[in-house]
Design a binder for this molecule. Structure first.
Ligand code: CP
Length: 306
């Protein structure tokens, strides 16, 4: 395979390959092995038109641990600000013969467009509302660390701004491919109208608990993607849908795990106590991002094409 653009296009075998190969990469860090020569002489270009902390830095760390050279294309100081198009940018960068382009863009479908116009392997690092496949893979890897490789019939509930979340789309799809049952809890304005019919929908925490989730996956309210306010106020949202200290108690009593892709909005979708909750997997997700992205880069490496 040349590119990683979404979860839909992956086969079960490819998903299994990436997840199982991330295990030895994670074990390398435990043995304090800092670098392996797998991608020596290869170049990874990171092209982020939207801000990122976790995805960008973990791709940089993953590529450098595989001994690749990393070029961080700084959009804000490039000719993009003078109006250069994505395709003109790509054709300029093509001349530099990079092996991978890791791209994030606010418009859905831009990574697909780039993939059609470059010989490099394109990895989607998040496009609009559409997809964030490496986040989904690292989430699945984290769930397998907690529950074992067989996730069938485990239950995960996505809570928050699902409508604007590429993470929810990709992670929900991958969890279901791996046999999990999935649900959504959000105000009806933040539930996608075209959600898969098999997903259970809830509007309050009490009904969600009756569904018996194993994992609560919190999502950030993406105010920057909303033309009109979706809810009276963020404070009101926190009271009704947020994971408050009061709501953390039954979650702790039932031993549920909590996940979040980051960045978090403290005081909106969660409180400080959720961040330090003993079954919060949030830091584990970030840590696993490196091993999973190493596995993705290794899987797509030039010379391993079908
Ligand atoms: N989870 C995630 O995509 O975080 P960043 O926006 O910081 O990359």
């Amino acid at each position: 395979r040349k590119d990683l653009l979404d979860i839909q296009s992956l086969t079960d075998e490819e998903i299994e390959f990436v997840l199982s190969n991330a295990v030895p990469f994670k074990n390398l860090f435990k043995r304090s092995v800092k670098k392996v020569p797998t991608l020596r002489g290869r170049t990874v270009l990171t092209l982020f038109y939207e801000p990122s902390t976790r995805t960008l830095s973990s791709f940089e760390v993953a590529a450098s641990r595989l001994s690749a050279d990393v070029i961080n294309f700084s959009v804000s100081t490039s000719s993009v600000v003078k109006g250069e198009s994505v395709l003109d940018t790509i054709s300029t960068l093509e001349a530099m013969r990079t092996d991978y382009v890791v791209v994030r863009h606010s418009t859905s479908g831009i990574p697909n467009l780039i993939a059609k116009n470059t010989t490099a392997s394109v990895i989607n690092a998040g496009d609009g509302f559409h997809a964030h496949p490496t986040q989904a893979l690292l989430d699945a890897f984290t769930l397998r660390e907690v529950f074992g490789d067989n996730l069938s019939n485990k239950r995960i509930a996505f809570v928050g701004d699902i409508q604007h979340s590429r993470v929810a789309r990709s992670t929900n799809l991958l969890c279901r491919r791996l046999g999990m049952k999935t649900a959504m809890l959000a105000p009806s304005s933040l539930i996608p109208r075209n959600h898969p019919p098999e997903v259970d929908i809830f509007n309050d925490w009490t009904s969600l608990h009756a569904w018996n989730p194993d994992v609560i996956y919190l999502l950030r309210v993406q105010s920057e993607r909303q033309n009109v306010p979706f809810f009276p106020s963020l404070g009101e949202y926190h009271k009704i849908y947020g994971l408050t200290d009061e709501r953390l108690k039954p979650i702790r009593d039932r031993g549920l795990y909590v996940m979040h892709p980051g960045p978090v909005n403290r005081g909106v979708e969660l409180t400080d106590n959720v961040m330090s909750y003993e079954r919060s997997l949030i830091n584990q997700q970030v840590e696993n991002g490196i091993a999973v992205r190493m596995s993705v880069l290794h899987w797509l490496r030039p010379g391993s094409l079908e």
